[in-house]
Design a protein around this ligand. Structure first.
Ligand SMILES: Cc1cc2nc3c(=O)[nH]c(=O)nc-3n(C[C@H](O)[C@H](O)[C@H](O)COP(=O)(O)O)c2cc1C
Length: 331
């Protein structure tokens, strides 16, 4: 059995499972649900340091944290040393457990401006930003990044050591380059190399393509990582945290969630989202979860279209009743 994982002064259980920061997905309502299903650590969506320094209202709301979500990290991104240090200080006032820096976002409008994964093209600045953030705050600082900018510059093994030297408390690595965006298959071999480098002391969290308990087990066993992080597989499917935990602890698969559970999960998420965003935003925002929550049901298309067109709660509840009636027997 592995030991507990420590990130700075934060103690996490052995083999912890992290919910990845996901823009427009991991907001407060979704985080509460993932926590309920067993996510051990979560993050806010990424927060632009420039917007934070200008106190843009929507940004401040994204950083509102609640006790039930703890332990939680606020993730910031940007390409200016001073703004990043100032943003980290502002984020610290909200008392997250840690500040995470995003050096991994591949989206063109961010990476091409030198933020997110764009920083992988300017390592001295990346390190200067990290050092400035570590110095600015008392909280532990962590970094989330990729293998490198492109196939010719997979620098993560050296970069991990350099990052550790700046004083960060943990490193998350997504096993792709910026150039790959989300294509191909995540390559975990370099994540394993970082972890097995005897000079590395901080926890290494592996990320990329984990979508089942079996895969989670494989990644821990093959690559020796301290934690794993789940992104896309959690969208519309927060049950993944319960399934992975069960597989890690008991070595067997849990049965899939029933239709009733899927329906009540969606109702809870929609209620919480309406509370959080109002109408119709709260409903529109959960559409991505609705679509994926019922993935794989036979002949579901007509109901799916109806469900995704509706922005009325009563109507949606009626559609859910219909789904429950139609598909409960087939389980
Ligand atoms: C819709 C979406 C939004 C994302 N937003 C963020 C973000 O705000 N911050 C971040 O570090 N990564 C972000 N990512 C990357 C994920 O955190 C994760 O690294 C990536 O999806 C790979 O993990 P997966 O294969 O488990 O999905 C995002 C990914 C997706 C698909």
């Amino acid at each position: 059995m592995r030991a507990m994982v420590k990130i700075g002064n934060i103690e996490l259980r052995n083999e912890p499972v992290f919910l990845a920061p996901l823009e427009d997905v991991t907001d407060h309502p979704f985080r509460v649900i993932c926590k309920k299903y067993g996510a051990d650590f979560m993050y806010t969506e990424f927060i632009s340091s420039d917007a934070l320094v200008r106190e843009v209202k929507t940004i401040v709301k994204k950083m509102q944290l609640y006790p039930v979500e703890r332990p939680i990290g606020i993730q910031i991104y940007g390409n200016q040393i001073d703004a990043m240090a100032e943003a980290a200080l502002l984020a610290e006032e909200l008392k997250p457990e840690l500040i995470d820096i995003n050096f991994g976002c591949p989206v063109r409008k961010i990476a091409n401006k030198g933020s997110g994964a764009g920083m992988l093209r300017d390592i001295p600045k990346l390190l200067a930003i990290t050092e400035a953030v570590v110095k600015a705050v008392k909280l532990p600082v962590t970094v989330k990044t990729r293998l490198g900018w492109d196939n010719e510059s997979k620098i993560i093994v050296d970069l991990a050591e350099q990052l550790q030297d700046t004083g960060i408390s943990a490193l998350t690595i997504h096993g792709r380059t910026r150039e790959q965006i989300y294509s191909g298959v995540a390559d975990w071999t370099l994540i394993g190399e970082v972890k097995n480098n005897p000079r590395m002391k901080i926890p290494i969290i592996g990320n990329g393509d984990i979508d089942s308990g079996e895969k989670a087990r494989q990644m821990f066993d093959r690559y020796g990582v301290d934690g794993i992080m789940i992104g896309r597989a959690a969208i519309g499917n927060p049950y993944i945290f319960r399934e992975i935990r069960h597989y890690l602890d008991a070595g067997e698969n849990l049965p899939s969630p029933t239709i009733s559970e899927r329906v009540s999960l969606l109702k809870e998420l929609i209620e919480k989202s309406i509370e959080w965003k109002g109408l119709p935003g709260g409903i529109l925002h959960t559409r991505r979860h609705m679509a994926l929550n019922f993935k794989g049901l036979p002949d579901f298309r007509p109901l799916r279209i109806k469900m995704l067109r509706s922005n009325n709660k009563e109507e949606l509840w009626g559609i859910f009743d219909e789904i429950e009636k139609r598909y409960s027997q087939s389980q």
